[in-house]
Design a protein around this ligand. Structure first.
Ligand SMILES: [Zn+2]
Length: 255
């Protein structure tokens, strides 16, 4: 059984004491592809070091996270674009709009999102979208690119069934993780309605650990727990749901 964790922040300090163990534990549980979204110009060094050490297992993305979009976003984007010419990346991410924490830079967030989509199209790479309390704004930016064959994923999808349908219609996958196992979540119904062909799995580790680790540090080996829950929703075997979501991930990210 092979699985992919399409969203892990392995380079964060939460993993400084046992990063190699975390990666080995994932791989020995069948989670053989670990995809790392970038945050900003401060996270790239640590991320690229891991990607170098674990070639064909840990893959880097490049992008400016919406909560890191401030006055200096244009110079950050320039730095990231330079780095892009020096290394290989599998996606532009994570990018998007976050209006949960702070609305001060909404204009800049929308502009940074739009510029990075444009960059993804020119580089022929998929995008990894971070959307928090911002689905209408995200949709409005994406609408400008509707005829461009843009591909990507709504990471940690947490919207309504209408949002899910719209995302899929626009050609995007839904990134599903720990919240699928939460009791009060209606994500199971949304996922069932949308269909497994549009789903890829992710942890968003160290955040959003699934039950029974909810509230603790998350890690990529827990993809198995999320996959088990997904297989129950679709009444198929864990091997089948692993194989479908693994193929979805490999096709989207070309790995
Ligand atoms: Zn993330």
């Amino acid at each position: 059984m092979q699985l992919a964790d399409t969203h892990t922040h392995l380079y964060l300090k939460e993993f400084d004491n046992d990063r190699d163990e975390v990666i080995n534990r994932a791989v020995s549980n069948g989670v053989v592809k670990l995809l790392m979204p970038n945050i900003d110009i401060h996270s790239t060094d640590a991320m690229l070091k891991i990607a170098d050490r674990y070639k064909n297992t840990c893959y880097p993305m490049i992008g400016l996270h919406p909560t890191s979009v401030k006055e200096d976003y244009l110079s950050q984007l320039e730095t990231l674009e330079t780095l892009f010419t020096q290394h290989s990346f599998i996606a532009i991410g994570e990018i998007g709009i976050d209006l949960y924490w702070d609305k001060t830079y909404i204009k800049e967030q929308m502009e940074a999102f739009s510029r990075q989509i444009d960059f993804a199209l020119r580089s022929e790479l998929p995008i990894v979208i971070h959307s928090r309390e911002s689905f209408p704004e995200i949709s409005s930016v994406l609408a400008d690119f509707s005829d461009k064959n843009l591909k990507g994923v709504f990471h940690a999808f947490s919207g309504s069934i209408e949002d899910a349908k719209k995302a899929v219609t626009m050609g995007f996958k839904l990134g599903i993780g720990g919240p699928l196992t939460f009791k009060n979540s209606n994500l199971d119904k949304i996922v069932e309605d949308i269909g497994i062909e549009h789903i890829i799995l992710e942890t968003d580790s160290p955040y959003l650990a699934p039950v029974p680790y909810r509230g603790k540090r998350n890690e990529s080996s827990y993809i198995c727990i999320i996959n088990k829950k997904l297989s129950e929703i679709f009444r198929i075997t864990e091997e089948e749901s692993a194989s479908i979501t693994f193929d979805n991930s490999c096709r989207l990210f070309n790995i």
